[in-house]
Structures are given as C-alpha cells and as structure tokens.
Design a protein around this ligand. Structure first.
Ligand code: SF4
Ligand code: SF4
Length: 347
C-alpha cells in the first residue's frame, strides 16, 4: 500500500488558494485553517520535508476532517484529501497504542462479535433463481438482505449473499492500513470463490470503499453498484401501496445521486421534497470530537432544521453511518429510513 511519502507531489501541488475553505463544513464552524485541507497540507508538507514531527496536535486536526470530500470536488489541483488524511493518520497509528487499542475493540467487539449478534435478527428472504446472478455485499449493520433481494428480483436478478466481512472503512479512516488490507484481501477471496464479479450494496460508504480497492490493489475486474442503478437500468415503474411524503439526505460517499433523485421523482404515490443542503455532510465522522468547537452539534442542528422545514415525516438515506447520525438528533420528530428498506416496504 502507498504511504504518506508517496503523496509528496500531490501535497506539494496545493497552491494554497484557500478555495477549500468555502465548502468545508468544519472550517465554516471553526474558522481555523488547521481544520481544512489547506492547513492540513501545510502541516503534512512539514512532516514530509522533515520540518515537523507527527504529534497529537496534528493528529487532532486530521481527526477533525469529516472525510466528506467536499473540498476535493472543488479543489483546482484535484487533490484527494480523504486518502491523504488516511495515510497521514497511518503515520500516527503506527506509534500510538491508544489508536491500536480502539482498532482492536472495533475489529473484535463491534465489527466482529457485535455484527454476528446483529445477524441473528436479520430476516430471511430467499432469492428467486434467475440466469443473472450478483453478490450482495451487506454492510455490517444493515438489515437489507430482504429488501435488496426483493428489489433485484423485480429486475430478474438472483441475489447471492456470501458472508462478507466489513468493507474496512472504519479502519481506513483511523489509519489502520494493516486491517484495512486484510478486509480488502478477504473481499477478493470471496468474489474469487464465487466466481461472480458483479456486486451490489445498499450502503454508500461500502460502495465507495469497495470501489476504492481498485486503486489500492490494482484490480479492475469487478463492479460495485447500488441497487438503484439496477432499478434504473431496467426502467422499472415503481408504485407505492400508500401515498408517502419524504425528503432525502445525500451521503457524502454516494457516487451517483442522479439515479436516486430520478427514482424519488418518478415513483408513483411518492412525494419527494428536497431539503436545503441535502448534500451537506451529516457530521458522523465528528462524533468522536463532540467537544471540539461543538462541530457535531452544529452540523446536526442545521440538518435537523432543514429536515423540519420540508414538512416530511420520513427522511431517506442510503448509508448506515448517516442513518445512525441522523437518528441521534431526530428527537422522534421524523423517521430515518434506509431507502432500499423503504421502497421494499411500501412497494
Ligand atoms: S482548494 Fe486545493 S489547492 Fe486550494 S488550498 Fe485547498 S487543497 Fe490547496
Ligand atoms: S474532507 Fe470535508 S471536512 Fe475534510 S477538509 Fe475536506 S471539506 Fe473539510
């Protein structure tokens, strides 16, 4: 895998124009240059050139990045800040026991034992058989086996559900590249075992991470899409059993929102109201920094206000992390639902 030193040219290509400040949700709250890409790259350049040493302070500022990628889409130098921040975190991870301990707990208790317990409560739904078969990558906490299978069977696609491990994103953002690579290897050994290279997932973060393996592993012999792309390709007319009014929160990690918006607008009996800043980060990656500038509270409060202003009582999204984050501050005023689950329930 790459290291921070391999990103030297990219880091040096930051022109310090500061355009990232205008889109970074964290900078808008803190006003501190150290919390946005420009400041990150100044610190990281110091590390690479040997003028600075990795420290708790630098790590704290790296941790404040929500990994939303808003700045990368706007950056005239086209720098992928999320990857660079993760590789910088990896430098800190190597020498800090606390980070390794948290990773250990995540691996064995949250994404190991916890997910196994959760899977006992998942409903069973056997897929119909069709000539076309795809593998379902069910995110760690997702219940979506039932709904994905129901929707893809409408497209004449058989769904096979191997026992995939986590996609590895919680380890990647922490800088635990060793475990991230283990999850990546496990994914490839599963798709090789089944001999099927088309993968569907309902979680935007899983989708983005699985697709990112292509650049880390130099493998390009598989596709990962969300279920909505299949529904769109087949041009299926969807009609809900009862009228519903919803709004939608766009996860930062989603690759193609057009497909989802098209489904929301074209489904019969479904009234879609777009909320203000529907594509602004929910703040999930700020959860561990609750006390730092009150970032999480401010992002959640703003999102909550925008949801309430739509008048919709149901908020759809397609990322487990966003679902958890949005539920934290809903105070029972509206429901948060995974879009796949919602469609399967009301179709
Ligand atoms: S927008 Fe890109 S080039 Fe400009 S300061 Fe930010 S990271 Fe650097
Ligand atoms: S990824 Fe998001 S939070 Fe991080 S620096 Fe870029 S815009 Fe700010």
């Amino acid at each position: 895998m790459k290291s921070l030193a391999d990103c030297k040219d990219k880091i040096h290509s930051c022109s310090k124009c500061g355009l990232c400040q205008s889109v970074c949700p964290v900078y808008k709250i803190t006003g501190n240059d150290c919390t946005v890409s420009r400041g990150h790259f100044i610190m990281l350049r110091g590390l690479i050139d040997g003028n600075l040493k990795m420290s708790k302070t630098i790590n704290k500022y790296l941790d404040l990045c929500l990994k939303c990628g808003a700045c990368s889409k706007f950056c005239p130098s086209g720098i992928d800040v999320v990857d660079i921040v993760a590789l910088a975190k990896a430098e800190y991870f190597k020498t800090h026991f606390k980070e390794k301990f948290i990773s250990f707990i995540q691996k064995y208790f949250i994404f190991g034992f916890g997910v196994k317990v959760l899977s006992l409560f998942r409903k069973k739904y056997d897929s119909k058989s069709f000539e076309k078969k795809i593998l379902l990558f069910r995110g760690c906490g997702s219940y979506s086996k039932t709904s994905v299978t129901k929707l893809l069977n409408l497209c004449n696609i058989e769904v096979i559900t191997p026992n995939f491990d986590c996609c590895g994103i919680p380890f990647f953002v922490r800088g635990d590249m060793e475990n991230f690579k283990k999850y990546m290897d496990s994914f490839f050994s599963k798709i090789d075992e089944y001999g099927i290279n088309e993968i569907v997932t309902t979680c935007a973060s899983c989708e983005k991470t699985l697709n990112s393996y292509k650049k880390w592993q130099n493998r390009n012999d598989y596709t990962v899409k969300n279920v909505f792309e299949y529904l769109n390709e087949q041009n299926i007319n969807l009609k809900l059993k009862t009228p519903q009014k919803v709004t939608f929160h766009k996860p930062c990690n989603i690759t193609n929102t057009d497909t989802i918006i098209k489904i929301l607008n074209n489904t019969e009996n479904l009234e879609y109201i777009q909320m203000k800043d529907y594509d602004k980060c929910c703040g999930l990656n700020g959860i561990s920094k609750f006390n730092e500038y009150g970032i999480l509270y401010k992002l959640f409060s703003e999102k909550r206000k925008n949801i309430m202003n739509t008048g919709a009582k149901t908020v759809l999204t397609s990322c487990l992390g966003c679902e958890i984050a949005l539920k934290l501050f809903s105070f029972g005023k509206y429901k948060i639902k995974d879009m796949t689950e919602f469609l399967a329930e009301f179709l």
